[in-house]
Structure formats: C-alpha cells, structure tokens
Ligand binder design. Structure first.
Ligand SMILES: NC(=O)c1ccc[n+]([C@@H]2O[C@H](COP(=O)([O-])OP(=O)(O)OC[C@H]3O[C@@H](n4cnc5c(N)ncnc54)[C@H](O)[C@@H]3O)[C@@H](O)[C@H]2O)c1
Length: 315
C-alpha cells in the first residue's frame, strides 16, 4: 500500500487484532493487499489474515512463536491489545498492568530486535485524566484517574524512550470513545444502549448524565493510524470527533436512531469517571487526520450492524 508521503507499508503486526478496532484495521489493510499478522489471546477475527498467533502479549513465548512463524516482511506494528475496561482496571490493577504495560514493553522490544521502526500505539484520553479543566490538548499533564489510564500514560513514556534511544517512531493516539459496527458485545456505552433498546439489558446513567464525551467512528480511527504511520509521526496526538455530547444527549440520539424510547435508570456517579472529555483536534488536523463520519450517521451504521449481528446471535 502506498501512503500519502510516498512511503509504503510492506507488512503489519496488529496486537489485539481480534478485537473491535483491530478487526476493522485488519480488513482495511488486507483490502489494500498489505499482509497482516495478528497477535491476540482470543480467537482469530472472522476476517482474512495472513498469520494468527494466539497468546498473551505479556508472555515472551508469544513473541518467540510470532518470530518463528512470520514469513513476510513487517515494517509497522499497530499495538491495540489491552485490557480496556476502565472500571475493571480499578478492581484488578495487577492484570491490567501485565497486559497493558508489560505487554507493550514486549511489543517494543520485539520491534527493537526485529528492526521495526514504525509503531501506532492505541492510547486514550484517560491518560490525561483530570490533568486539564478545559479542552484537552497534547500539552495537558498526565494525571490518570485509574490503573487503565495509568498504564496508557506509562506506555507513552516507554514510547518516548524507545523513540529517543532506538529511533522507533511511536505515534501514541489518544483515542476518545470509539464506536461502530462489530462491537455489540462490548461493554461501552453505545452497545450497552443498543442492548438495552432490544431488551437485552438494563441501562443506567451514572450521576446526572451531564458528563460529556467525544464519540469517534471506527473507520476514522483506522484511517488515522494508517495516516500517522505514513507520515512517521511520533509522540502523542489526540484523536476523536472533536465535538462532544452529554450522556443525556447520546441517549436521546440513540432513541432517535433506533426508534425505541430509552428509559435509563439513574444511579450515583462512579469513581474513576472523567467529568467531561472535549479534545482539541488542532494537532491531528495539522498532520492530516480527518473525521468523515458524523455521530448521527455513524450511529445509524452501528445500529444496522447491531440488528444484523444480534439477529444472527438469537436467530
Ligand atoms: N474502543 C474504544 O473506545 C477505545 C478508546 C480509547 C482507547 N482504546 C484502545 O484501543 C485499543 C483497542 O480497543 P478495542 O475497542 O478494539 O478493544 P477490544 O477489547 O475489542 O480489543 C482488544 C483485543 O486485545 C486482546 N487482548 C487483550 N489483552 C491481551 C493480552 N494481554 N494479550 C493478547 N491479547 C490481548 C483482546 O483479546 C482483544 O481481542 C485498546 O488498546 C484500547 O485501550 C479503545
């Protein structure tokens, strides 16, 4: 695949490639003919992939197996594998540390030893935590509120060191809430609302629902990683839609999308929840990252897919 600056991606390793973002990324890269190897502790995704290595990234033997089995040239690694539940990370910080930080260190070590010098790291705005009162920029201090956010902030520090010491360009993409097709089992707010709409589960709003969040469509995220690899960006960059909505507004939008009135329960606020997330896209835009999908359109596509997948699961 030829990228915007004329460089080409020869081959890619995707850690966490069986997951939500990873399977979209794999599909996109394979559609351009780029060979992809996935490392994941879950089963392979139901998409075309050249090599699948099943194993935990914190386990060094996984990387040895990858090295033994890889039979094409790789110049880029997208690191998506992580324990992703913020609230679970509060319950089990040791496990999130192993997966997210030891695992990422192993990935960087693999790159160092194999001469892979281009990495996209899925970080999060939760690395910033309450480090800023207003719009979140890349200059905000890192003051994460949870073990999950802390492992991502620490991952960014490792990325900085591997850049300075070994010349590996790591783009740390601080993602907001990613949504889209293929996520109906996930524990994030959009699929929880969809599940509630079809009567599969309860839905509760923590606090007054005025906490605001940024929702970004998965295809825009995949494109962002690929653009960043193309321009060899290194360092942190925030990426999302750049426009936030409150949880109450999201509930209303999902009601309009599904045509089903959503009646959430109200429960007290939870520890570790950020009051508001509003990010600046100034840096992202200057690098050429784009948002093409509006929330209302993205919700429609996600809902259509949800109905299809949910129908297959119950049918
Ligand atoms: N989805 C979002 O809203 C969002 C927001 C901010 C950041 N991110 C980050 O983006 C990345 C991908 O997110 P996603 O939504 O696709 O998550 P996901 O949970 O759907 O996928 C993560 C994948 O990583 C694998 N994995 C987890 N721990 C592993 C381990 N120790 N060893 C091997 N494989 C492991 C899982 O099996 C899974 O297939 C994560 O790093 C996440 O922290 C996601």
């Amino acid at each position: 695949m030829v990228l915007s600056d004329g460089e080409s991606i020869k081959g890619v390793i995707i850690t966490g490639g069986s997951g939500f973002i990873g399977s979209h990324m794999t599909t996109a890269l394979r559609s351009w003919g780029v060979p992809v190897a996935i490392v994941d502790r879950n089963s392979p995704p139901l998409v075309d992939v050249n090599l699948f290595v099943r194993g935990a990234i914190e386990d060094e033997s996984t990387w040895v197996r990858l090295n033994n089995e890889l039979d094409f040239k790789v110049d880029t690694l997208f690191h998506l594998a992580a324990r992703t539940s913020v609230l679970e990370s509060i319950k089990d910080p040791a496990d999130v540390f192993e997966s997210n930080l030891v695992g990422f260190h192993n990935a960087l070590e693999y790159c160092r030893r194999s001469g892979i010098d281009r990495v996209g790291f899925a970080s999060t705005n939760a690395a910033v935590g309450n480090g800023t009162d207003g719009i979140i920029t890349e200059e905000a201090p890192l003051l994460p509120l949870t073990p999950y956010g802390a492992t991502k902030a620490a991952g960014e520090m490792l990325a900085s060191a591997y850049g300075a010491s070994y010349g590996i360009d790591v783009a740390s993409v601080r993602l907001t809430n990613v949504y889209g097709p293929g996520m109906w089992r996930k524990d994030s707010i959009v699929p929880r609302l969809f599940r509630h709409a079809v009567g599969l589960s309860d839905f509760a709003i923590y606090g007054d629902g005025q906490q605001f969040r940024d929702f970004v469509y998965v295809k825009d995220v995949v494109d962002a990683f690929i653009t960043l690899a193309g321009v060899r960006f290194s360092g942190p960059v925030s990426f999302g839609s750049g426009s936030s909505v409150t949880v109450n507004e999201l509930v209303k939008l999902v009601g309009e999308t599904t045509g089903i009135a959503i009646k959430p329960r109200r429960v007290p606020p939870k520890a570790g929840e950020m009051a508001g997330v509003e990010i600046s896209l100034k840096l992202a835009s200057s690098i050429g990252l784009r948002n093409e999908v509006e929330l209302i359109d993205g919700l429609r596509m996600a809902w259509d897919n949800f109905q299809e997948e949910h129908g297959q699961a119950v049918g």
